[in-house]
Design a protein around this ligand. Sequence first.
Ligand code: ADP
Ligand code: MG
Length: 634
Amino acid sequence: MKQFKTESKKLLDLMINSIYTNREIFLRELISNASDAVDKLYFKSLTDSSITVSKDDLFITVSFDRDERTITVEDSGIGMTKAELEENLGTIAHSGSQQFKAENEEQQGKDVDIIGQFGVGFYSAFMVAKKVTVNTRAWGADESWSWTSDGIEGYSIKKGKKETHGTQIVLELKDNTEEEDFDLFLSEPQLKSLIKRYSNYVRYPIKMECQKSVEMPKPEDAGDDYQPQYETVTEVETINSMIPIWKRRKSEVSQEEYDEFYKSDFHDYANPLRTISIHAEGTLAYDALLFIPSHAPYDLYSKDYKKGLALYTSNVLIMEKCEELLPDYFNFVRGVVDSQDLTLNISRETLQHNGQLRAIAQKLEKKIKSDLLKMLEDDREAYENFFKDFGRGIKYGIYSSYGMDADKLSDLLLFYSATEKKMVTLAEYLEKAAEDQKSIFYAVGESVDRLAKMPIVKSVMNKGYDVLLCTEDVDEFCLMAMNSFDERPLKNVAGGDLDLETEDEKEAAEAITKENESLFTAMAEALDGAVKRVAVSTRLSETPAAVTTEGPISLEMERMMAMGPDGERIKADRVLELNPQHPIFEVLKKAQEAGDSEKVSLYSTILYNQALIVENMPIDDPVAYAQAVTSLME
Ligand code: ADP
Ligand code: MG
């Protein structure tokens, strides 16, 4: 027996026990090697006229034997000579494939898309096998060789009996222990699913003998009560689909094919809303196929939802969900990225340089955004549906970045316009706005209908301004984080400083405030700290009073925070605004003049609570309010 070369023993131990986190990838590695071997033969046949191979003879087979507890992976590839066996499998971290690639690139100037590069994948077999036998015969050689190893001490090579070119690798599985069950790999469905998961797009057929139950022919003399009879037959099936659809140009693929791929690979029952196919060339070459689903998965807004795109290099799956490829606000996008240019970590489970990923992620983000904008322009209805399902995540993106991502995302937003009575973008809102409109107005509440009836909304609309009616909990946070759009401040109509009045109106209001200072103080006192102050309103037309707020916290926010899991009690600074044009104002003035403080107090309570009810805010003391109203009726 030959010892493994150099420090190989330690390295081997490290390999088998620490590099991989997931033992099932052994099959991916062996199939990748088989695919490389087939590729090499095919590549040689293209350049060497003495080699003739038919494409039909190029394939990989996987089989297993339950009794012997073996799994066999066989290819009809280029095989190995004795020297190559020594070099490639006797030296850990020697990659014959990498060498082949380098040599051929030099010779041909062609890019050979070979999977192997580190010279360690083969040894992953020892994660599951106690003994590995490699029977191999190099193309054109007249003898074959058999290599065996237990993966610990060394290996031995002797003459073999293989008749055809290619390599057969037989794994004798480790004994089961209490913690680890190796028998689970000895099953048709298990092997099939591993092949499909990791090696579905390997470009040569991966064949497996599969058991199938088929109906037996009906006997001629079968009576009326004949029950169909079944028998189990063995059939060779090709397990992998081979053609990576993302590598094909959009013009060559029908939408039906994309839809089928999306539904089967991403487990959706519905067709995708959009399909984005990208082929990037140059310093960082990659292919990507992205889908925007037509509906949100049920767990999209839950903590369990994991964003990410499947990452392949050279048709082999590296990561099922690579998170770095998508920003949170586009977490709904599904799809695949495939790049030969990624520097993989040696286990091929992660990447070495995230810079490459980041560069791809940035490009993808731009593409996604431009596709969404295109949809907004070309297919408004589809976009509105999209936004219903996914808009929340985009708004949340603006909020959670403290508005930093607003520039990137604000074009994608839609809000309900009170004037237009439909969803509009912020740009559309401004298009319809008057030249001199300084701000964008919005109102926040539970439903569009209710908001449209609110006096403070009406008062802004009466002045000729549109108001965006926002009903989603994240809306206000998003708009506050944005602060402005196209240099125009975004203003909640329930806030104090809307800056809507003319100079004259302002002066008039100030005069009335001065005149009635004692009344306002008395009212504020009567409300006992519920409001910060009582003031003259310049905007109310039909209603006698409204509750507005000063400062950053609005009533809607206060209400929402109270509903949250921690029930945070933050308070908005409330202002009771009075409409000086309303007859009630005269009544109040008279009561104050007459020194009827009881009446002032009673009316204050009623007006304040009424205003809260109109705004759909809970009132602090419903009993006191009811008593106050009742006392008026007596
Ligand atoms: P890598 O595939 O990264 O090069 P591996 O450890 O998986 O590393 O394989 C080491 C080398 O052994 C390969 O580069 C290749 O030269 C050789 N080899 C492995 N499996 C086969 C095979 N089925 N047929 C021919 N050569 C193989
Ligand atoms: Mg390999």
